[in-house]
Design a protein. Structure first.
Lengths: 357, 254
């Protein structure tokens, strides 16, 4: 069982009793195990796994849209959903790590714009594609490094630090571009965001690769375990010799790097650098992660969940358009889904830990 | 009276340790011996120097003077890591467990076993279960999140962790504080289990009932000094209380 599976209630079959038969205290431990399983019945199966309930919600919504729009389930439209959602997903993979470690990165939308504009700026000024990519990602790494160092060594809360970085990066983007778009970009670059392989856009492959690596690291490597330990109890993690500061800083660096990488992919897709890209993107990213069952309080979360969360947002956006719902309603619906998801998370935690989050 | 009855080398020997904070002398020439397969209780009123002494032993505080020896070898601790490397395991009151992670993961916190780049989950769960069974620490399963365990079970997990990491000297700060009767009994059983395995155990406790139940010897601290050491079979509560409060004068300083 991976640590993320603590989301799942412990079932009777899993609670292999370690106590000896006939032990006078055995009954009380059985009682503990039973209390957990009866809780499960009480709260209902819906709460058992946030991923399962989310998947069901997505499928129901897809069913509704499909019944109203014949276009929805076409291959082209599904690819379209993936291509739209992949930007949020790539950043959300890093955001999952940050949130599981008990942190928060609000600057990703602006860092996304930095990656987008920096690569476009370099290309417009004659740099080659490799250098433009390295430049864009490099600035994202720099932003993440500053975030991490300020949070760890100046002890400024992540919310404040990354909010500051959000303003600084957006400001820099506007200063450098003067609000104008940067174009044209060479085909060798735009192909990264527009090309496809076997009928599937490159963009979707990038998302799959980033997601798969993130999933493996979080669930199966000592680093992933340490990230969870840091988010679950920072003091305990430190006391156990986990390099809390170094890991925390690297997670913000990862967040900056992936945000900038996604940003330059957006330039490639749009064939231009647009100063306004990524505006409020951080809210979508955090929403996707939270809807996917990652806890704002650290320690709990998974890439699988984040994939579903990002899919939910992308499918919602697409489906509402196809059903001719006024697009202005979309934010209302996303906001409601988000609060419901966090409400479920809180309920789950209080039921499970008998603590107030 | 301070001489141990057994002619053995102590696992841990502190000799004439002194420590001042500003002009407050927290420890004055305090010595302590912990023997393998023995439980030593450290008692005393608040401010008697128990905590400072334990912090010296755990490498958290460097003494102004005095010596530490482990297994007869003199050592200087520059930090908790040194003490840990020497086999000293400190189980503090706050336990330092991660509630959202399961029992086995907590036991291997910071030392997750791995094969190549990946966590060796099967090995981790098996070894954790083996150690818990061996120490007769009863938890519903090694896969249960620690947040679901009772206080006594958590204490058990916190104690099992250093056993897993090869600790030989266990220092426990109030291991039964805030535990119910049944849970206290459970923790005392675990301590007895450590003793049976030849570990040296030092228990700080205010609860003399606990002390007399689990300890082989009692060291009384008073005003930064060692007021006396008694074998529990040779003494009673009233003598210990008198030593703590000072109505019996301390043994002649050695």
């Amino acid at each position: 069982m991976s640590p993320s599976d603590v989301n799942r209630r412990t079932t009777a079959a899993e609670t292999r009793p370690l106590q000896r038969e006939g032990d006078d205290t055995a009954a009380s431990y059985q009682a503990v195990a039973r209390a957990v399983t009866s809780n499960e019945a009480l709260v209902g199966r819906v709460l058992r796994s946030p991923q399962t309930s989310l998947l069901i919600a997505i499928l129901i919504f897809m069913g509704i849209v499909a019944s109203k729009s014949p276009v929805f389930l076409t291959r082209l439209n599904l690819i379209n959903i993936g291509r739209n959602g992949v930007f949020v997903f790539i950043i959300a993979v890093a955001a999952t790590f940050v949130l599981v470690s008990g942190g928060l990165d609000l600057s990703v939308g602006s860092v996304f714009a930095v990656g987008s504009i920096a690569s476009a700026y370099l290309l417009v000024h004659g740099a080659n594609v490799v250098f433009a990519i390295l430049g864009g990602v490099g600035l994202g790494i720099a932003a993440g490094l500053i975030n991490g160092v300020v949070i760890v060594y100046w002890k400024i809360p992540p919310l404040i630090t990354t909010l500051g970085m959000l303003y600084v990066c957006r400001g820099l983007v506007n200063v450098v571009t003067g609000g104008n778009q940067l174009a044209p970009l060479p085909n060798s670059f735009t192909n990264l965001g527009q090309g496809s392989l076997w009928g599937v856009p490159f963009l979707i492959y990038y998302g799959l690769i980033v997601g798969l690596i993130g999933h493996i690291v979080l669930e199966y490597t000592p680093l992933g375990y340490n990230v969870r330990a840091i988010g679950g109890n920072r003091m305990a993690a430190r006391a156990s010799g986990i390099k809390v500061d170094a890991i925390t800083i690297s997670l913000y660096v990862l967040s900056g790097a992936l945000a900038a990488f996604a940003g330059l992919l957006m330039s490639a897709r749009l064939s231009s650098g647009q100063p306004s890209v990524g505006d409020a993107l951080e809210l979508q990213v955090i929403s996707a992660v939270i809807i996917g069952g990652t806890s704002l309080f650290g320690g709990i979360g998974s890439i699988k969940g984040t994939l579903l969360g990002a899919a939910m947002l992308a499918i919602l956006a697409n489906g509402l358009v196809l059903m001719s719902v006024n697009p202005l309603w979309q934010n209302v619906i996303v906001g409601t889904v988000l609060v419901l998801a966090v409400g479920l998370d809180r309920l789950r935690r209080t039921r499970m830990w008998r603590t107030d989050g | 009276m301070t001489a141990p009855s057994l002619e053995r080398e102590p696992s841990l020997r502190a000799t004439s340790v002194s420590k001042s904070f500003g002009h407050v002398q927290a420890l004055k020439d305090v010595s302590l011996e912990a023997y393998p397969g023995e439980v030593l209780a450290l008692v005393g009123d608040n401010g008697a120097g128990k905590s400072t002494l334990v912090k010296v032993l755990a490498g958290v505080i460097r003494p102004d003077s005095g010596e530490l020896a482990i297994g007869g070898e003199r050592l200087t601790f520059h930090g908790p890591r040194d003490a840990h490397a020497a086999g000293i395991a400190t189980v503090f009151q706050d336990l330092a467990l991660v509630e959202v992670l399961d029992v086995a993961t907590n036991m291997f916190l910071g030392r997750t076993p791995h094969r190549g780049p990946f966590v060796d989950k099967r090995g981790m769960y098996n070894r954790a279960a083996d150690i818990l069974v061996d120490l007769k620490i009863r938890v519903p399963s090694v896969r249960v999140p620690v947040g679901l365990l009772s206080g006594g079970q958590r204490q058990g997990v916190a104690i099992a962790r250093p056993v897993l990491q090869g600790g030989t000297i266990f220092i426990m700060d109030e291991p039964t504080a805030a535990l119910g009767v049944r849970e206290t009994a459970q923790v005392l059983e675990i301590i007895a289990e450590l003793r049976a395995r030849g570990k040296a155990v030092i228990v700080i406790s205010h609860d003399l009932e606990v002390v007399f139940e689990v300890a082989d010897r009692v060291q009384v601290m008073r005003l930064g000094r060692r007021a006396g050491v008694r074998r529990t079979i040779d003494t009673d509560r009233s003598e210990i209380v008198s030593l703590i409060t000072g109505t019996i004068s301390a043994d002649v300083a050695e």
